[in-house]
Design a protein. Structure first.
Length: 275
């Protein structure tokens, strides 16, 4: 912890956060110690299979209730505190739950989007998730399924018999366009300008601090590889090993809700003392 605080207190820290940061808020991750193996919805299946789209929206309709109620945990608040102390160059998150912002973080780059927005794939119109949820509730007055397991992308596990008859909603702007959460599904490409903005943030930072990501997929790992190539130190806080460990100057294995508040206390304390 002392070494991690020493690295962070120098400021200009770019944060890259993953699903492990939100597990203590009740949102599971894909690959952490409490995760279960499942196949996430892909962009190709969502757009190409009406039955799969029906299943997704029925499950996501239930899962959104948990996502919407989730509150930031001590780890999110610690990141916001580090930003308030002027130690962060910026925050990139792979999460789609908006909890960084709820904790007070500013100008967060949402690499994979946010579940609180919905976009029409036909005309590009966007709407708030609450508006869509109201429409889905009205269209499915007898839908009384109960979620057993919440997944990181906001949907839940439901048997097929509870999905049959669920009515999905189309775009009201272009009258029939396909609606999709404004998040990057597996098999979908992150918008190029968003990726470039993340690279610029990492390249201008003094330290890349990875929080709660296994770095299994290239979407996040590429920023670790770029930092390592440029000689920018990488520090990783996660429960369990990550694919970025070989490139890290320091790794801390522990619960983020415990490690990050202590980090914020030490780093802010040293800055306040002028050390």
């Amino acid at each position: 912890m002392a070494e991690l605080a020493r690295l962070v207190e120098g400021g200009d820290v770019a944060v890259l956060s993953g699903a492990g940061l939100s597990t203590e808020s009740g949102i599971p991750d894909y690959r952490g110690p409490t995760s279960t193996v499942r196949t996430p919805m892909t962009f190709q299946v969502f757009t190409g299979d009406p039955a799969a789209r029906q299943r997704y929206w029925a499950r996501s309709h239930l899962g959104w209730r948990t996502i919407a109620r989730a509150a930031p945990n001590a780890g999110h608040r610690a990141v916001a505190h580090l930003q308030d102390q002027g130690l962060l160059a910026g925050v990139i998150t792979q999460n789609v739950d908006g909890l960084h912002q709820s904790a007070g973080a500013r100008d967060v780059v949402e690499l994979h989007g946010n579940l609180d927005r919905v976009v029409c794939l036909t005309c590009g119109d966007a709407l708030a998730r609450e508006e869509l949820e109201s429409r889905l509730t009205q269209a499915n007055p007898g839908f009384d399924a109960h979620a057993a397991t919440l997944n990181p992308d906001g949907d839940v596990e439901l048997p097929d018999e509870q999905v049959r008859g669920f009515h999905i909603a189309d775009c009201q702007t272009c009258h029939g366009g396909m609606l999709k959460p404004d998040v990057v599904f597996f098999g979908e490409t992150v918008p190029a300008e968003r990726v470039r903005a993340c690279f610029r943030l990492v390249e201008s930072a003094r330290l890349l601090l990875v929080l709660g990501s296994s770095l299994t997929v290239m979407s996040g790992r590429r920023f670790v590889l770029r930092a390592a190539k440029l000689g920018i130190p990488v520090a990783i806080v996660n429960q369990g090993a990550t694919r970025g460990d070989p490139y890290a100057a320091l790794t801390v294995d522990g619960p983020l809700g415990v490690v990050l508040p202590e980090l914020a206390r030490r780093a802010a304390g040293r800055v306040g003392a002028g050390t």
